[in-house]
Design a protein around this ligand. Structure first.
Ligand SMILES: [Zn+2]
Length: 289
């Protein structure tokens, strides 16, 4: 709960539906997104909750406005992209296309727990079994994966942190990530985890945040697997950096700083004493920069 995030598209303020709804209704909408995320409702908002969502006046009027412009739905709506809410409920349009479903959140929690404890592993197995039985978790309705890939409407889609992509196996926008990348992600995550343990620290939790950071280093930042591997070796061999880079997101954040330091140290001609000069990970890493 403490570190969950919404996605809001950076075009949200200019979205035609948002503009049509007006600022007060838009704020109610944002508060509703936060409510649905906190409470894992898959986008459902009970009518009775609406007055408590925000400090805006006339919340019921604002909710009606949101339904009019198509940001929210009521029972009997005709939006082909969204399942049907119950009577006395609103449904945030496209919620599950952009935000995490309750099943997905449980699955992630389970995966994070896997490396924490055996109890966690059991919980994760249960969560994954549940996710398999009900892959789309759609309020009793269903939509297919092709629709989830269809991305014309940006109402609720904004990335507020780096943890924005689904694992490739679960469909959605990350479905076009190649199996090679997926395997490379696992390899670099394992490598960093092993190096951290080899330095005498407790085993880190390799979860979605780690894998997302590793994948983005390759797909968004243009690093190769070998470069990431070498950067891991370099920082874990460095007395200062090994205590500062204890996770894949941190490695991604500090990558350029590491690269520049490795470059500067190399320039001063002071290779680490234990490393053979031409074949050390640092040198191999530097050669590729
Ligand atoms: Zn809809």
């Amino acid at each position: 709960m403490a570190d969950t995030y919404l996605k809001l598209h950076d075009g949200f303020p200019e979205n035609r539906k948002v503009v049509a709804a007006g600022g007060d209704a838009a704020w109610l909408h944002v508060c509703a997104l936060a409510y649905a995320s906190r409470n894992l409702t898959d986008g459902l908002i009970p009518e009775g909750v609406v007055p408590r969502l925000s400090d805006r006046k006339q919340p019921t009027k604002l909710a009606t406005k949101l339904v009019e412009v198509g940001l929210w739905h009521k029972a009997g709506h005709d939006c082909p992209r969204c399942p049907e809410p119950g009577v006395g409920e609103y449904l945030i349009h496209d919620y599950l296309h952009h935000q995490r479903s309750a099943a997905k959140v449980e699955e992630i929690k389970g995966k994070r727990a896997i490396s924490g404890s055996k109890g966690g592993a059991q919980k994760a197995a249960n969560a994954q079994a549940g996710a398999k039985q009900n892959p789309s978790n759609l309020l009793g309705g269903s939509y297919d994966a092709a629709e989830a890939n269809d991305y014309p409407d940006t109402d609720t889609d904004t990335d507020t942190d780096t943890e924005e992509k689904e694992p490739p196996s679960s469909g959605g926008r990350a479905a076009d990530i190649s199996p090679e990348i997926v395997e490379a992600v696992d390899r670099v995550c394992d490598h960093l985890a092993q190096r951290i343990v080899a330095n005498g620290c407790k085993p880190p939790t390799v979860g979605t945040r780690w894998r997302d950071a590793a994948r983005l280093m390759m797909t968004a930042d243009g690093r190769t697997e070998q470069q990431i591997h070498a950067a891991i070796d370099w920082c874990q061999n460095d007395e200062f950096w090994r205590s500062h880079v204890m996770s894949m997101p941190k490695l991604r954040e500090k990558y350029d700083a590491l690269r520049l330091q490795a470059s500067a140290k190399k320039g001063r001609g002071s290779p680490p004493p234990a490393a053979p000069p031409a074949t050390s990970p640092r040198d191999r890493w530097m050669e590729r920069q």
